[in-house]
Design a protein around this ligand. Structure first.
Ligand SMILES: [Zn+2]
Length: 92
C-alpha cells in the first residue's frame, strides 16, 4: 500500500515522438522511476527521457558519448560497447 506522505512530486521530461517537442509532466509518485513509468503508460506518444546515464554511454574505444541504441556490444567482451565507427574499424 502506498501512503500519501511517501509520495513526492517528480518532473518527468519527455520528447513528443511526432513533433520532437519537449514535454513536461509533474507526477506524484513514490519514486522517479514510478513517475516515468506512469507518464510512459499514460502518454504513449511521449518518449520519456530517463536518467541521462541511460541515454548516453561512452564508446569504450574512442571514449566519445553516444546514444545507447547506437552502441554495439563487442563480440569478444560484451561489457564493452563501441560506436559504429570504432566497430567498423575494429572489425576490419
Ligand atoms: Zn568509438
Amino acid at each position: 500500500m502506498i501512503i500519501e506522505k511517501d509520495l513526492e512530486i517528480f518532473e518527468v521530461v519527455a520528447v513528443h515522438r511526432d513533433t520532437g517537442r519537449p514535454q513536461f509532466a509533474k507526477v506524484k509518485a513514490p519514486s522517479v522511476v514510478d513517475a516515468e513509468d506512469f507518464v510512459a503508460d499514460m502518454q504513449p506518444d511521449w518518449l520519456v527521457i530517463r536518467d541521462n546515464s541511460d541515454l548516453e554511454k561512452p564508446c569504450n574505444h574512442c571514449e566519445k558519448s553516444f546514444p545507447v541504441d547506437e552502441l554495439r556490444p563487442c563480440a569478444v567482451e560484451p561489457d564493452f560497447h563501441f560506436c559504429d565507427d570504432c566497430a567498423d574499424k575494429l572489425r576490419a
